[in-house]
Structure formats: C-alpha cells, structure tokens
Design a protein around this ligand. Structure first.
Ligand code: 5GP
Ligand code: MN
Length: 399
C-alpha cells in the first residue's frame, strides 16, 4: 500500500484554485486570451512569492485549500452533486461515490442528474436516490436553492448541464469542481482540474486521499469509482491509463469492488435490438483512407427501427477507430427530439478532437475523445465534416 500514497507535493500538474483570494478574483474578471496570457505570465513571475496563483505547485497552498474544504465538510451540510447532461459511467460513478462518501459524515447529500442515463448504469449503488432534474423540476430546484455546497463533477462548463445551467448559475451555494476535461471554466470556488487524469473517478479517489480518508472507501464507494475508471478508460486501454490508474483500481478491488461483476453489469447486458442497431451502424461505416478517417451515421429512422434506447449507441464510435491505419473516427446520430445531430469524435495520437470539435461542432472534451453537435441535417453535417478534413491533412497523415 505504500506505493499508492502519492504525496501532495507530487501533484504539481493539478490545478486547485481558490477564488477566495482577492488577487485571484481580480484576475478572473478579465477574459479571453488576455486573461490566459496574463495568468501564465503572472504565474511564472510571481509563483515563488505568492500563494494566490492559479497553477499551484506549492504543497502548502494545496494543503491550505484542502484544509479549507476539510473544515467546510466538518459539520453536516446540504450538498448537491451534479454530473453533466447525458451522464456516462464516469459521471454517475464519480457523483455516486462522492454521495456515499459525504453521507458517511452525515451530510444531506443528493445527486441531481440533468437528465436520465442508460440502464447499464442503473445497478450502481445509490441509483435509487438519484434525482433527475428534467423530470423532477420542483424538488430539484428546492434542493438546489437550499444547498450550501454544490459539487460539479466530470464537466468543465456549466452549460454542459443543459437545462440545469441557469439554476446552477443562479445558485449561491459554494461550488467545487472536480473534472478532467480541457479548459475548465472559472465558476467554482475550488477547482480541482487535471486533464492528465484517466477519469473523474480517479480524481475523486485522489480527493478522498487528500482528505486523508482512503480508509473510508468501502465496497460501495469502490464499486462506483471502479465503474467510472473502467468506462472512461475503455476498460483500461486508453493512453490516459497510467501505472497510478492501475494502482488505484487495484486498491478499489481490494476494498471490495467486484471487477468481473461490474464489467458484466456494464458491458454484458445488451438487448438484442441494440446488437442489431450495432449491425446497422457497422453497415453504415465509411472510411476515407486519404485522411485515415472513419465515420458512422445513424438516422432517426434507423434508431426507431431498432427500438433505440438511451445509451444504445455508447461505444459505437470506437469501432471506427479499431480499423487498421485509422486515427480519426466519428459518429453522427440524428436526434429528432433535440433537433440536432449528435457528434462523437475519437482519435489516436496527437490529432486533437477537442480542438476539432470546438472549431467545427460546438463541442469539446479531451484530445482523444470529444463530443459536439450540429444543427444541420444529417446529410449536410456529413458534407461539412468531409469538406473540413483537407484542412487537417498534415495532422491526419501522421504515422
Ligand atoms: P461522447 O462522445 O462520449 O459524448 O463524449 C466524449 C467526451 O467529450 C466526454 O468526455 C464528454 O464529456 C466530452 N463531451 C461531449 N460533448 C461535449 C461538449 O459538447 N462539450 C464539451 N466540452 N465536452 C463534451
Ligand atoms: Mn469523464
């Protein structure tokens, strides 16, 4: 167990922000590029003299902030924990793990998800306590207005919560962000952001470790955390999976996470119609060898034909990326209800789908996994996608 102890001093890549500090408050009021460059310059010049800058490499600073959070949590509070819209395994695993942890201390904690999530996550411990904002508006609003603390997990900007955005913006609760997506917004009093992390679940494990509470992780918390790490790492195969990730996962198994059962619950509970839909998606798969790109389309009619249910298309995009020589994969899924085409993007190597999505599809995410949307028709969206690729010829022909 000794090797699992990562000291806070080693966490120099983490960003923990405190907006309590007036100097930092001043900086956060400036926007755009100027803000970023100013922060970088100030960070570099003043780091040795100040504890107030955004990128923190001082262990005392991190410790100070952790102590602040610790003292905040030392008496029971009303707490709301929020994942992003269309929550995935990491979003639900991390929020429920934190929920169970906070309940140990007698906090009145509730997970409020912006909307419903797939059945393959409904077995998670604590699932029955999750409130769905979309379908339980009044109760959700009531809880949010009395909340003293709101944790936002697995997303980097409030608009990622869809219809919940306004309530979150208007809330006076102290916000704490834990997230591994790029370019986090600056809405939280405490921001624990580390884009090198495999998953928000791995970060919640760290967070609990910072609070000196690893021994509080029981089989329930371990199960939730294991689920999110497993799903966000594609079962421990994406490059974000590190030695440390495996150590954390090993510890979670030793604390009671039943790895084989969890894998079975998430991946081996397919419906027949979902596999048929996968068959159709594979028939629709197109490859553009020149740009080492593959893409899949699914129209609303096709989804209807195969009795589509939330979560059924999860993971489909990865099949494109499993083709030899393909380094960029996309899936375009029509949603008549939302009036949009949902876009999921994946890449291998240095081609950043986060940047690609931000530039062309109103989205974002990570370098190798991002999402976005298009308000054009499915055909027009595909035409646009194909027409953009030549701009990235150099990056997409990397070996
Ligand atoms: P997916 O393709 O599975 O929906 O999303 C891939 C990754 O990108 C996930 O980490 C997800 O949270 C993130 N993501 C998806 N859509 C968006 C978006 O519109 N904006 C941002 N910033 N991230 C997104
Ligand atoms: Mn995640």
């Amino acid at each position: 167990m000794r090797s699992l102890k990562i000291s806070i001093e080693n966490l120099h890549r983490n960003v923990i922000t405190s907006r309590y500090n007036s100097f930092n408050e001043g900086i956060t009021r400036t926007y755009g590029l100027i803000e970023i460059s100013l922060k970088c310059i100030l960070n570099f010049v003043l780091k040795p003299y100040s504890k107030i800058l955004k990128i923190v490499s001082s262990s005392t600073m991190i410790k100070a902030q952790i102590n602040e959070i610790k003292s905040l949590l030392s008496t029971p509070k009303s707490i709301v924990i929020v994942p992003h819209k269309n929550p995935d395994g990491d979003a639900m695993g991390s929020t429920l793990a934190l929920y169970h942890y906070l309940r140990i201390y007698g906090h009145d904690a509730t997970v409020i998800a912006p909307n419903d999530y797939p059945d393959f996550l409904k077995w998670l411990p604590g699932n029955d306590s999750v409130m769905i904002f979309e379908s339980d508006l009044d109760a959700s609003e009531a809880l949010m207005s009395k909340a003293e603390i709101i944790f936002t997990l697995d997303f980097n900007a409030l608009h990622r919560t869809g219809e919940m955005t306004e309530s979150l913006e208007n809330s006076d609760a102290l916000k704490i962000m834990i997230d591994h997506h790029q370019q986090p917004d600056d809405y939280a009093i405490y921001t624990y952001s580390d884009v090198s992390m495999s998953s928000t679940c791995e970060m919640v494990y760290n967070f609990i470790e910072y609070l000196n509470d690893l021994d509080k992780i029981d089989s329930t918390i371990a199960t939730c955390l294991y689920t999110g790490i497993m799903t966000d790492t594609g079962s421990f195969r994406f490059p974000s999976t590190t030695t440390r990730t495996h150590q954390v996962v090993g510890d979670l198994i030793s604390k009671g996470a039943e790895n084989a059962a969890i894998h079975n619950n998430v991946f081996d509970t397919n419906s027949y119609s979902r596999l048929q839909l996968l068959g159709r998606a594979m028939q629709n798969l197109k490859v553009i060898p020149e740009f080492r790109t593959a893409y899949i389309t699914l129209s609303q009619a096709e989804l209807d034909q195969f009795n589509f249910k939330k979560g059924d298309t999860e993971g489909f995009v990865n099949y494109g990326l499993s083709l030899k020589d393909v380094i960029f994969a996309a899936i375009f899924i029509e949603s008549e209800q939302e009036g949009i085409i949902k876009v999921s993007l994946r890449s291998k190597g240095t081609f950043s789908v986060n940047k690609f999505s931000r530039a062309h599809f109103n989205g974002g995410g990570h370098d190798n996994a991002a999402g976005g949307r298009s308000e054009d028709s499915l055909e027009a969206t595909i035409d646009k996608f194909i027409s953009i690729l030549p701009k990235y010829k150099d990056e997409l022909s990397q070996k």
